[in-house]
Write a protein that binds this ligand. Sequence first.
Ligand code: CA
Length: 414
Amino acid sequence: MRYPIDTIRAAIGVGMIIFLTSCGGGGGSIGPPPPAPPPPLPPPAAITVATERVFEQVSMLQPVAMLQAPGDTSRWFVVEQQGVVRVFPNMANVTNADVGVFADIRTRVVDGGERGLLGMAFHPDFGNGNFEVFLSYTRMSGMLESVINRFHSNTNGMTLDTSMDDIILTIPQIFENHNGGHIAFGPDGFLYCGWGDGGGSGDPNDRAQDTSNLLGTMTRIDVDGGMPYAIPMDNPFYTDPPILCSQGFGGGDCPEIFAHGFRNPWRWSFDRQTGELWVGDVGQNQWEEINRVMADGNYGWRCREGMHNHNMMGMGCGGGFMDPITEYDHGQGQSVTGGYVYRGSAIPELQGFYVYGDFGSGRIWAIPATSQEGAVGQELLVTAFDISSFAEDNDGELYVIDYGGGVHQLVDAP
Ligand SMILES: [Ca+2]
């Protein structure tokens, strides 16, 4: 099963490009020798990294995320798509005997394909008088829907009580794919959520440009400020009083929306130094893209795919799009997995680079976090992993999550 990808399409017509250069026969001509070519420009500083398998003796089934709790480097939490969150000590020689179940919501979740338990976020004050954890998943409730559910730990952070419903919001899903589902608190303390366009091919219902629903958007809500949540006053469509789209749509522009025009913002993160929001938006047939997302930005889909026109018919296609910071075509990969801006210490030359990868090709790239639209990423590695996610520990070191069931740390290489 190939999961964040709709399908891996048959080889795209990437024909071999043959540069025919004329060969000046040259023999016998008389005259001074041609001037020596100028010396080549020095290459950009090389970034040499490798991956190193870690926690090898911990079994995990189709992991889609791995995270640490705020202020706690002693444990890791692994999110399995089927609906289980496992917890284990952050020790090199940890084995399955050390692994516990933090949460098991398999009876709530419908999984398979792009459905399942897709995201998890600790409240920023978790462990500091607060024991709230938010899970994002798909379920059947008459129809398929995406859900964000708040749960509490009654065991001082050891396990999660998942018996009670505290539903924050739901979004009906007509199609099974493009559910987004990643959730995370921003440095502003608000909960951000990424939502796909609702699925199908080509956004058939034109959702991502329609700001009267939450499909195809990044949302930003204040889960501490009201029931089920409050709207930050600087959200682009804030009104007083706000009319919530807590079931996916409302009467007008949804005040939850932070930015829109996404196809499937599967994985994204905040730069821990600058607070900037970096989003990998999975493309359709041609272009995978990385966006640095600003409030009220329109990131183009379905009018645009990457930096290219896709379908300019329909709402929202008049212009004013934000172009991606970088894109790559389907000769390089098929389904982008957003990563993190590296702010760790183990790989000095990677400092300040945004790291991202591809689920289909296993490639990993980096690009300076200061890049402007249209920059080109530097390929770091070609791995054999199905990269479902990246993880960042509390010290800023990065890990690659293989959907096949492994965790690999990014390490420095000579
Ligand atoms: Ca876009």
